[in-house]
Write a new protein. Structure first.
Length: 759
């Protein structure tokens, strides 16, 4: 439905009907206005499957059976827009079949700390990757004429006090990192809904943050869809309405509807604002209604297969010494660990899908005589004496099994009680019993492989003692098939890490400021999140951002750029040829990073600005082409509130991970628009000298200053002092010129100069 048509419907609504439309009917439904043909519609949680409450149940957690796709943590590791689109499409189709108008997801919040309890539901520590993967998911869902709802906007990066805390973040950091994770997805994929977060940003709740919802999202980004609260995130409904909040979920029992009616009547809220909100809501509801696919069929078996294929794209081979993987059917293999039997394949909380069709690795190998199984550990802690006895028994059985086999594969991971929506992790370790078991097995079995099931990084004290590590993240209901196919080489792993695995939690840049104090959490690390920090500090990490191995090898060659000198307003293309130099089919996620070679402002060593995944037969080559525009080079300038590029050299780096750069080229960029500075009496000479708009006047002032201050140094203070004086002069604020020049540079002269410069 067009906005005009929605306008016409809203114009026929009473004030009470309009106010009513601004909040839900119940937990999952929006209200109807039957006399105008607006039906009641239902939304449900995603993002990795449908969590739709059963129609005959009163319990909001009693959901229909559904297909569980890999968690967002895994999906981002696919580094593949097509994979994401297909999964989104399947979920969109399921929504049509189940009469769901909007699927609540994806969650695009940045992984500021590895121990945020909800990281499994988010994509990455990098905003470009997050936004691109979210965009593909949204486009997939919405290709079926149902809506996606990007969440939780914004700066919701922890679970501790998530409903009340204030995230204290400076504007550059918000723009370059936390909002950027949403920006491309909102602009490119146009999600039907944006869910605002529970938390406050710099002291204002997201649900009533005009700067966030109106100025940035709706005006600057041109967002036409509706803003919905996270469930129960309203603080002051009227303030929210004025700030750009459209829909409150769930309902408020009519209380806030009354507040809105009252506020319109007493003039606090102009009726046009309420109309705008209702038009946004009506146009989404009616677009869904007009495109209902009554005949949609949800083929759960087909979706299960797609979940398996998706999971395969997401597996990250972290390590593979001596090519211990893939396994062969000729080897005797000991599967060890509870997760082989009962994998952890999804996270807990609102994204939890009632999946009955999940597969285990054990089930997949049941006909293979060369594979044995022992549970090795339990995911519950031992409390009683009997528990302790059983724990020992399991441990010893595992060692015995590992000794007898050619290869031991340990299925380890985080139990559900370790990470979930609603709380943050306490540390970054696996359960101690698992670490002990891996160590002990590795001591007696040289071919030890670890398969991990976890929604976010873990410390790996045994990393150097095992030969291979396969990260499955939370792989969705197809994880069993996908894991076994990967272990035995039917599928070649091609996932890349969407986040850095630090060696230990205390290495992480947010460590000293997470999860904050009583009411606030300060993002003191600024833009230096994830690899942006580790690289800047030249730190060793366990596994870097973008890392992931394959059973084949790829060669990168013939990088070209369409232009070597250009303005920041021009687009350029960058190409590189990738060749499969191994002996089996494989996929490679090619990554492009940009580095500002010399910068006046603090910038990361490099930032991801492009990625493409391609499949190659042995010996085959393909050329990958990237397009780069202004934002690839720009930083956010807080003084002038805009994106600017500094003039100079930039390096374009292409590689297989952030730490494995294979090709590079240097280009020279001239910005069309230079950052506009405001000059005051406290501007220092060094900054003034950069000004090019009143070049002549600045040059004249510089001559005067040089002759007065610099030369004095050499004579009076001795050799080498001219440099010191020059440096000191550059630090001098304009207000000091009259006194230091003993009146030779007058105050009027400086004032006039300032006036010209600020014009
Ligand atoms: C979560 C949202 C979710 C909503 C509805 C909230 O607590 O933060 O992500 O969509 O509940 O279940």
């Amino acid at each position: 439905m067009t906005r005009e048509e929605a306008k016409s419907i809203v114009s026929q609504m009473t004030l009470e009907e309009k106010a009513g439309l601004c909040s839900g009917k119940d937990f999952w439904r929006l209200k109807s206005v039957e006399r105008l043909g607006i039906p009641e519609v239902m939304v449900c949680d995603g993002p990795n499957g449908l969590r739709k409450q059963r129609e005959d149940s009163e319990n909001i957690n009693d959901s229909i059976e559904a297909v569980c796709f890999p968690g967002s943590c895994a999906e981002a590791a696919s580094f593949d827009r097509e994979t994401m689109y297909r999964a989104g499409q399947a979920m969109g189709n399921a929504c049509q079949a189940e009469r769901i108008s909007i699927l609540l997801g994806p969650g695009t919040n940045i992984k500021r700390s590895p121990i945020c309890g909800r990281n499994f539901e988010y994509y990455s520590e990098d905003p470009y990757l997050s936004s691109q993967i979210a965009s593909a998911h949204i486009k997939g869902v919405q290709s079926k004429n149902v809506g996606a709802c990007i969440k939780h906007f914004a700066a919701n990066n922890q679970e501790t006090r998530r409903m009340s805390i204030s995230s204290e973040v400076d504007e550059r950091t918000l723009r370059e990192i936390y909002l950027a994770a949403f920006e491309d997805a909102v602009k490119e994929a146009k999600p039907w809904a944006v869910m605002c977060s529970y938390n406050q940003i710099n002291g204002t709740f997201s649900s009533e943050n005009k700067w966030l919802l109106k100025d940035v999202l709706k005006e600057e980004w041109g967002y036409e869809g509706l803003v919905v609260t996270d469930w129960g995130a309203v603080n002051d409904r009227v303030k929210g309405l004025l700030a750009g909040l459209d829909l409150e979920m769930p309902g408020s029992g009519g209380n806030t509807d009354k507040d809105i009616v009252e506020a319109v009547k007493n003039g606090e809220v102009p009726e046009e604002i309420l109309n705008d909100t209702c038009e946004r809501i009506v146009s989404r509801i009616m677009t869904y209604v007009e495109n209902r696919e009554e005949q949609a069929v949800w083929d759960k078996d087909a979706d299960h297969k797609l979940a398996v294929e998706t999971a395969k794209e997401c597996m990250v081979l972290l390590k593979n010494d001596d090519q211990v993987l893939p396994l062969s059917n000729e080897q005797s293999v000991a599967f060890i660990g509870k997760f082989a039997e009962k994998p952890r394949f999804q996270g807990g909380g609102s994204s939890h899908v009632n999946s009955k069709n999940w597969s285990s690795a054990l089930e997949q190998v049941k006909t293979m005589e060369n594979v044995t199984y022992v549970s090795g550990f339990d995911t519950k802690d031992a409390v009683s004496e009997e528990d302790v006895r059983l724990e020992k028994q399991r441990f010893n059985d595992a060692i015995a099994a590992a000794k007898q086999a050619d290869v031991a594969v340990i299925f380890a991971g985080l139990p559900a009680t370790y990470e979930s929506e609603g709380f943050d992790r306490k540390h970054m370790q696996l359960p101690e019993i698992q670490n002990q078991l891996i160590q002990a097995v590795a001591e007696i079995q040289p071919n030890t492989v670890v398969v991990l099931h976890n929604g976010s990084p873990v410390e790996m004290p045994w990393v150097n003692n095992v030969k291979a590590i396969l990260e499955t993240y939370l792989g969705g209901e197809g994880v069993g098939e996908a894991t076994v196919d990967t272990l035995f080489g039917k599928s070649n792993p091609s996932g890349k890490l969407p986040e850095t695995f630090p060696i230990q939690l205390s290495d992480n840049p947010s460590y000293l400021n997470f999860p904050g104090e009583a009411t606030k959490v300060e993002y003191k690390e600024g833009i230096f999140v994830g690899y942006r920090y580790y690289e800047k500090k030249n730190m060793k990490v366990l596994f870097p951002f973008g890392h992931g191995l394959s059973y084949t090898t790829f060669e990168y060659s013939d990088m070209t750029v369409s232009k070597e000198r250009f303005s920041d307003e021009e687009e350029i293309t960058v190409s590189v040829t990738i060749t499969n130099t191994g002996d089996r089919y494989g996929k490679e996620a090619v990554q492009l990073y940009v580095q500002d070679v010399i910068s006046q402002i603090p910038r990361p060593v490099k930032e991801l600005k492009g990625f493409e995944k391609i499949g190659l037969e042995p010996g085959e080559s393909k050329t990958v082409t990237f397009t780069l525009g202004k934002r690839a080079w720009a930083y956010y300038d807080v003084e002038s509130h805009g994106w600017y590029t500094e003039e100079g050299e930039f390096r374009i780096l292409i590689g297989a991970s952030s730490q494995d750069i294979r090709q590079q080229k240097t280009v020279y960029i001239t910005p069309v628009q230079k950052v506009k500075r405001t000059y005051t009496m406290n501007t220092i000479l060094g900054d003034l000298y950069q000004n090019e708009t009143v070049k002549e006047e600045v040059a004249e002032l510089k001559r005067m200053c040089d002759s007065m201050f610099d030369t004095q140094g050499e004579d009076l203070l001795g050799e080498g002092m001219a440099d010191m004086m020059e440096a000191q002069t550059r630090e001098m604020p304009l207000k000091s010129l009259p006194s230091f020049s003993e009146g030779k540079i007058s105050r009027e002269y400086v004032e006039k100069l300032l006036e010209k410069m600020n014009q």
